[in-house]
Design a binder for this molecule. Structure first.
Ligand code: UDP
Length: 234
């Protein structure tokens, strides 16, 4: 498969690396280098990054914070991660734009679909922060929605495992990895690839998803060249 424009979903949690909280500079640099190597080949790249390393809305009620408030806090966390990523790209001499689902003009641009597409055409890496700007959604749903809006060819979901397995490979030694699945099969098998909102958006819009291991350096480029394992859902 040849992709011209991709949407890469990075988890916030993975940014922690070996830490318990926040951002691991080594992981940040690895992500930036991996994105650069693909970008250098002329591929247009948009990124959605999560916020789980800083705050997650679902956890807010445990600490006495209203869920909606917590979700907004989670969205702001994704902007912090987006800013970190932006700095890491700029260190490597790349041009990037951070576009937010919640207006905060001093630190980033508002999300405007046509503007995002223009940035991509000009070779800028576009990072979408603050999710879709609404509570009760996830960054996976944001990835699916933004990918559709900017006409991305695929959503690449970076995880810490190299694809979708028949059961949890971290708990079950005989779990097997699927190379390819249809949306229907994934649904019937009850495989947890993305939340249902995100999954349905991709299915209804014929947007393929590739689940792959983003934490192995160089793996993003290998996936793009078809040289590495992952799971394709289409
Ligand atoms: N969030 C939200 N609306 C959105 C996207 C994100 O409310 O459109 C909030 C939600 O609380 C979520 C948090 O932002 O828990 C951080 O994102 P997520 O948990 O998806 O990050 P990840 O698990 O990828 O690190």
């Amino acid at each position: 498969m040849k992709f011209k424009r991709i949407l890469l979903k990075l988890s916030g949690e993975a940014l922690m690396g070996a830490r318990k909280f926040g951002i691991d500079p080594a992981r940040l640099e690895q992500y930036a280098l991996d994105v650069k190597s693909v970008h250098d080949k002329g591929i247009e790249i948009a990124i959605v990054i999560g916020g789980g390393n800083i705050f997650r809305g679902v956890d807010s009620e445990k600490i006495g914070i209203d869920r909606v408030q917590g979700d907004y806090m989670g969205m702001l966390a994704t902007v912090i991660n987006g800013m970190a990523l932006q700095s890491a790209f700029e260190k490597l001499g790349m041009f990037t734009r951070l576009m937010s689902g919640i207006n905060m003009d001093q630190v980033c641009e508002p999300f405007i679909k046509r503007r995002a597409e223009r940035h991509l055409e000009k070779g800028r890496v576009v990072i979408f922060g603050a999710g879709i700007g609404n509570p009760y959604f996830t960054t996976d749903s944001t990835a699916a929605l933004r990918a559709i809006e900017i006409h991305a060819d695929v959503v690449l979901k970076g995880t810490r495992v190299d694809g979708v397995y028949s059961s949890d490979p971290e708990k079950n030694a005989d779990a097997t990895r699927y190379k390819q699945l249809s949306f229907q099969e994934a649904f019937q098998k009850g495989l947890n690839i993305m939340d249902m909102t995100a999954f349905t958006l991709c299915q209804e819009n014929n947007l393929p998803i590739i689940v792959f291991d983003m934490n192995r350096a160089g793996n993003l480029a290998r996936i793009m060249n078809g040289e590495s394992a992952g799971t394709l859902i289409n």
